[in-house]
Design a protein around this ligand. Sequence first.
Ligand code: DQA
Length: 140
Amino acid sequence: MKIQIINGPNLNLLGVREPGIYGDSSFEAYLPKLRAAFPGVEIDYYQSNIEGELIDKMQEVGFSADGIVLNAGAYTHTSIALQDCIRSLRCPVVEVHISNVHKREEFRHHSYISCVCAGVICGFGLDSYRLATDYLVNRQ
Ligand code: DQA
């Protein structure tokens, strides 16, 4: 089984960026813990700050992987192109946010991608990725 994690813009700065909101761990430091939670599952990781590169990666893996965990960062709130991409894929996509976007500024309350994702997990810090992966690995 293969799960693809995709992080969007500014998530390469996890651990440095606004630690009061996003925590003090980089994603690279967290990844081995996520992998250890799912022995036997291949968990690949990709990050880009560029919308088109995120779409290229989704198209590349979205017909062969068993699921995608997507934190689209701020593109969540702006990108019809990501919505169209997710619609086109064969594998399920779970939308993830580290912070609880509903507790934050109003512009973060709307997502252009929730309507085409299997579900949304937000507000549990980096544990949001484990919860999303658990759904994709164990769904019936
Ligand atoms: C985020 C929430 C977004 O609103 C923000 O633009 C991000 C990170 C999160 O993980 O909490 O970049 O997706």
